[in-house]
Design a protein around this ligand. Sequence first.
Ligand code: ADP
Ligand code: MG
Length: 729
Amino acid sequence: MSINRFKALEASQKRQPQTVNYPSDKISDYFGENVFDIGKMRSYLTEDAYKSVKKAMLEGHRIERNIADQIATAMKDWAMSKKVTHYTHWFQPLTGSTAEKHDAFFTPTEEGRAIEQFEGKLLIQQEPDASSFPNGGIRNTFEARGYTAWDPTSPAFIMGRTLCIPTIFISYTGEALDYKAPLLKALDAVDEAATDVCQYFDKNISRVRATLGWEQEYFLVDTALFNARPDLILSGRALVGHSPAKGQQLDDHYFGSIPERATAFMQDFETEAYRLGIPVTTRHNEVAPNQFECAPMFEEADLAVDHNLLLMDLLEKVASRHHFEVLLHEKPFAGLNGSGKHNNWSLGTNTGVNLLQPGKNPKTNLRFLTFLVNTIKGIHDYADVLRSSIASASNDHRLGANEAPPAIMSVFIGSQLSEMLDKIEKSIKAGKMTPEDKTALKLDIGKIPQLMLDNTDRNRTSPFAFTGNKFEFRAVGSTANCSQAMIAINTIMAKQLKAFKKSVDSRIAKGVKKDEAILKELQDLIKASKKIRFEGNGYGDEWVKEAEKRGLSNLKDTPRALTPMKTKAYVNLFESQGVLTKREIEARHDIELEAYTMKIQIEARILGDLCKTYITPAVIRYQTELLSNVKGLQDVLGANEAKKAGKVQIEIIKEISQHLEVIKTDVDKMVEERKKANKIANTEEKAFAYCDNVKPFIEDIRYHTDKLEQLVDDSYWPLPKLRELLFTK
Ligand code: ADP
Ligand code: MG
């Protein structure tokens, strides 16, 4: 029997805020206590082992086997001192979440006792029985096994009583089966390319790291109410449910006071996050009711990605202690804002410089302009790559729905910087620059920091916006693994910066002075990338028309957004930067399409089930009650009088029948379309069939179920209403 809506409501109303046990009054006392970081390694390792692992962490060097043994023992000793009994290789398969396979430290001995053991070989490499992870055919055709390999650049950490060792996940033939391996390669590629370009400005720069600061949005729903909604349980979103009378019109939730139960939950999960060294700093309410956001201090991109995945995991784990379910889905409730995960991205040097931060003098400002303009040009050339990196069935609901950027990729830089770029574009004439020209331009460039100071431009409708010292990629979905966006941006940037370096060098080789060569190249890039810049309202219909005129893509759904993965340009980009091979890209394309198909398939199935076994029977019961009322009227008043007296009832009876009929025929048609789609062997065609032929029914059916919700006596309605999910205190 389904969970009773009223019992669920009662349970949710009785809840009290949980008390939070803080390990100490000062966060610094326990920040990172569950992480085997550099500091702890120093006290657990010999000098040699410590130096070697530090080098591996900072420079990606290999670790010798005997050193690995030492590190493994040290990790185990540290973990056991914290009551840890098991260890796991922690990896990021292409399902989008994280995976673990736990093994115990203890090994039985011959005398029938047990000792705790952990060797270097178990640290370095493991072979999880992971044949059910998506591999896009890679492991089927070649080697059936995949293995996880230790990534010493991310520190090991403790979750519960398990030591988690961050790893990459690859096939025996070397293909990446995860998000982390290509991310590390993309970060290396951008490091190399950006470091080379930095040599024009500062010889001391020997390393450039991409930085990422994500902002995670999510909804909280009471566990009892959640459990009474099969659609939330199985698909993460409410497939039926009329928008509450009060939604977010009053904007009273945004930055409002956070309800007590939610506050207790947040304090609890933040404490857990601090223990894991995740520097979460901001917490606030979002636009929609029961929607929240948390964001950490930015970190190097690979660590930031690990931390985001850990945090998503933590959110769910800690929420259950507070009788909450966390909804990470991009659009759990139609009619209310969805959830995103802004990716704030920049490049930082070993000398402590943020390359997207305007400098203090013309030279550092030229460096800033170089990185700014190259980013714009990269996004211009590879907008479709960026779009494909954020495609998912759930994010499709959000992009372009007037709450998040449209599916059209564009770059916003603010009016002052736009003027600056326009000036560079127009003021440099063909041929050699005169000394006067140069001085004038340098003066202008020197003014950038002042410009930025009073730059109040904030365009929240742009998918890729410059926000003063970083770009903010706003189209990333809340369920996404940020790796996908970070792989795309950093690979694009690597390719662009290498092309830039080559062109500037060839200008210099022809006798042009360095600064002039850079300026001229920037001018060319500004001209060539103009159409990607957009300062207006990204939510407006005019932009859709304007973007079409400019020739920008508007790929509205996942199967279409993924088509660029099949192009030569896409493959060349990733192969040229050593990030992904053609085969890996093909595999990923297949995996994404399959995930898409499965998600729509699941939604269609649950919706069919809800209509047939929840909504229709409940509505018929109510209709029967109306019918017996009308029948009663006829008995007492006679047929003619009853027609008048029962007018309202009869109308409702008819309306109910009309909606039920449409629902029935639509569900039947949807099942037919699904059957047809399931027969298609080609993965891409199948995804398109689900997108174009199955998905439209999901929306249509909802229209009618939501009408019924408003017709039927509240006490008959079988599912918690959106109002109850979102406003129950
Ligand atoms: P909002 O978008 O909510 O207005 P902010 O614009 O203040 O918030 O962005 C805050 C996010 O930007 C934080 O996660 C912060 O860590 C991140 N951030 C700040 N500087 C950088 C940087 N150099 N590189 C990457 N992320 C950064
Ligand atoms: Mg933001």
